[in-house]
Design a protein. Structure first.
Lengths: 172, 157
């Protein structure tokens, strides 16, 4: 008896469907940007922050007003110079990098964009200092170091950005 | 000998493609399991600012999201055009953040990991700092201090 050849379902189009679904998932799950500026918020204390008796020399005052204008140490400044200014402060002006504090104050009317730009420059200044120190001490870039070495460098140059309560000068 | 006729195929047998979709489905399931799609629709318009000092969010399971921006067209009629806070899938006020965070912490089964949670803040770049400061203050009050301001790196402007 002639065996009837069973018709075979072509599997070629199944692969196409599967590829389409795969590409769909690849695309939809990568739309979100999930990189950001990591920040450790200062601790909350119910008492209002009294002006610290710290030496003014150890504090770099950075202020942004509601017109997004930047002021460093009571003088107008440009965001592009902020990184160099911060580095200079940390390395040369403060008594020691361990005591150096950056005090950031913004206004309630400042735009978030500007706040992030300023914070970014401050972080970039610290990262450059950490990187230079890593090259000096370990001969490697900061990002390539082990966790313990990174912690040692961060102890030498602690990133302390204290945020004052925002001023409220703009009439919204 | 004639009973066992050897079927001589003239053409070389082609490679069967029947297993190809299986491989692709395996890859697909892998992606479906490993990556997580947004479980709530973002109801506000957000364009994140630009920054260079960016780090990836570490463990996605320990990340809670807060969105701040102007409501998008669908919700602008009911919610207005001023920037609003969105927690999960609802508009909310800064005062509701402590409850929201407590709920999110409950979703993490291990107690120790709860202190390692971070809050990813996806904020539109045109938002004024007033509303952001409110959110930050609420987070500081409940000692939830690990925060990441989401941003993109478009290179030097």
């Amino acid at each position: 008896m002639e065996k009837r050849k069973k018709p075979q379902i072509g599997a070629g189009s199944m692969a196409d469907i599967a590829f389409l679904l795969l590409i769909f998932f690849l695309v939809t799950t990568t739309i979100q940007t999930d990189t950001g500026l990591n920040v450790l918020l200062p601790a909350w204390s119910d008492e209002p922050i009294t002006s610290t008796p710290k030496n003014k020399r150890n504090v770099l005052t950075v202020q942004i007003n509601s017109n997004n204008q930047l002021m460093v140490e009571e003088l107008p400044a440009d965001v592009r110079n902020l990184k160099a200014t911060t580095k200079h402060f940390l390395l040369h002006e403060a008594d020691s990098p361990k005591k150096a504090v950056v005090s950031l104050q913004n206004d309630n009317g400042t735009s978030y964009d500007m706040y992030i730009a300023v914070y970014n420059e401050l972080k970039a200044a610290y990262r450059q200092i950490w990187d230079d120190e890593a090259l000096k001490d370990y001969g490697q870039h900061y990002d390539d170091l082990r966790k313990e070495s990174k912690q040692k460098i961060r102890k030498k140059f602690p990133l302390v950005i204290s945020e004052a309560d925002p001023s409220d000068f703009a009439l919204n | 000998m004639s009973k066992f006729k050897k079927k001589g195929s003239k053409n070389a047998p082609g490679i069967t493609t029947a297993s190809l979709p299986d491989i692709v489905f395996m890859l697909l399931f892998f992606f479906m399991v490993v990556t997580k799609m947004r479980d709530s629709e973002i109801m506000v318009k957000i364009q994140v600012p630009n920054a260079t000092e960016l780090q990836k969010l570490e463990k996605k399971s320990l990340v809670t999201h807060i969105y701040i921006g102007a409501p998008n067209a669908k919700y602008a009629k009911t919610m207005g055009t001023a920037p609003r806070i969105q927690l999960n899938d609802q508009f909310a006020d800064a005062s509701q953040i402590p409850i929201f965070i407590a709920n999110e912490k409950q979703k993490v089964p291990q107690e120790k990991l709860r202190n390692k949670m971070t809050c990813a803040m996806r904020i539109d770049k045109k938002v004024k700092m007033g509303i952001v400061t409110d959110v930050k203050t609420e987070l500081r009050k409940i000692d939830f201090r690990k925060v990441s301001y989401l941003a993109t790196d478009l290179g030097e402007s």
